[in-house]
Design a protein around this ligand. Structure first.
Ligand SMILES: [Zn+2]
Length: 324
């Protein structure tokens, strides 16, 4: 299936790939219908409505917001719960505008994230999608009123592979994922751009977590929005055994000075997250060389990183690495 190509992602049992029944799936907490979180309460009507296309997994609780206040901008990060692999969406809040980066996998989270953006009471200038994995763009349907931007390769990946990704996820998540492809229509070119007085420096990083990844630097604020080049204390999606290009990108960023590093999965951090990621990928390289199946790979990496969340991401990786 097309979704099994390099930039696809497939989750859990029956995820659509060859041998897709072999993976395990996390124990997911049930939704607390009377949830105490202010955002969780409002998401329940959609969940109830969605039962006509019933997901095969229990739907998740609400995400976690982190806010970093800086001199000329505030950065808001929404981290999804376990079911959605702790994926992050960010809002770069300038004086008068909001720039949204990535839009979540599941509808309840995308909707909740959109509502949070509304609460900031500023216009959404644009949405930026960093790469074509579905956990970063399925939620674009909640941002159709804003221009959606991406690198050309990322936009092409979504246009060409989006439908197959939706079909692969529908048996698991039912109506909790989008039913239509909402693709970026505006192309980002590497280089710098000023939005409402803030410099965005765009870099294209190839051969890392996805084939093509957008990395955004905010030089005046010493912030690196690394997105999926960095997972912070979350097990990493590995789709290839060669870690060289990915490590080379991280090595370049390690040489620069940043006060904050924003990962694609796991909570916002600082340069320690870059160093940790280098260590993890080096360990992954050794573990991959010593493993020919997922249980052995997990034994190595979970053994070395027992406090990291999301070890089922290694099961997902196994489909790409070992075909089962
Ligand atoms: Zn991701």
């Amino acid at each position: 299936m097309a979704v099994c190509r390099e930039d696809g992602w497939a989750f859990g049992p029956g995820g659509g790939c060859q041998g897709g029944s072999g993976g395990s799936f996390p124990q997911i907490p049930k939704v607390d219908i009377g949830g105490s979180c202010q955002w969780a309460g409002a998401m329940t009507s959609r969940i109830v409505e969605s039962m006509t296309r019933r997901p095969s997994v229990a739907l998740p609780a609400a995400g976690v917001m982190t806010v970093i206040p800086l001199e000329n901008l505030r950065i808001h990060t929404y981290e999804a719960p376990e079911t959605a692999v702790y994926v992050n969406s960010h809002i770069i809040e300038t004086e008068k505008r909001l720039v949204v980066v990535d839009t979540q996998l599941l509808r309840p989270h995308a909707e909740e994230f959109r509502r949070y953006a509304e609460s900031l009471d500023k216009p959404i200038d644009r949405v930026i999608i960093t790469h074509s994995h579905p956990d970063h763009w399925f939620g674009c349907e909640y941002f159709r009123d804003a221009p959606i931007h991406a690198l050309a390769e990322v936009a092409d990946g979504i246009v060409g592979g989006g439908e197959a990704m939706i079909q692969a996820y529908a048996p698991i998540f039912g109506d909790a994922i989008t039913g239509t492809v909402t693709a970026p229509e505006h192309i980002i070119r590497p280089g710098t751009e000023t939005i409402d007085g803030v410099t965005f420096a765009y870099e294209k990083a190839e051969g890392a977590e996805a084939g093509v990844n957008l990395v955004i630097e905010f030089p005046e604020s010493r912030v690196l929005l690394a997105q999926d080049l960095v997972y912070n204390r979350v097990h990493v999606f590995l789709q290839q055994k060669e870690m060289g290009p990915w490590l080379a990108h991280l090595g370049r960023y390690m040489e620069k000075e940043y006060d904050y590093v924003l990962p694609g999965h796991g909570l916002p951090s600082n340069k320690q997250a870059l160093a940790d990621m280098v260590g993890y990928l080096e360990a992954a390289g050794s573990a991959l060389a010593a493993s020919s199946d997922v249980p052995t790979l997990k034994q190595h990496l979970v053994g070395q990183y027992p406090f990291y969340r999301g070890d089922y991401i290694l099961d997902i990786s196994g489909r790409y690495l070992y075909g089962a």
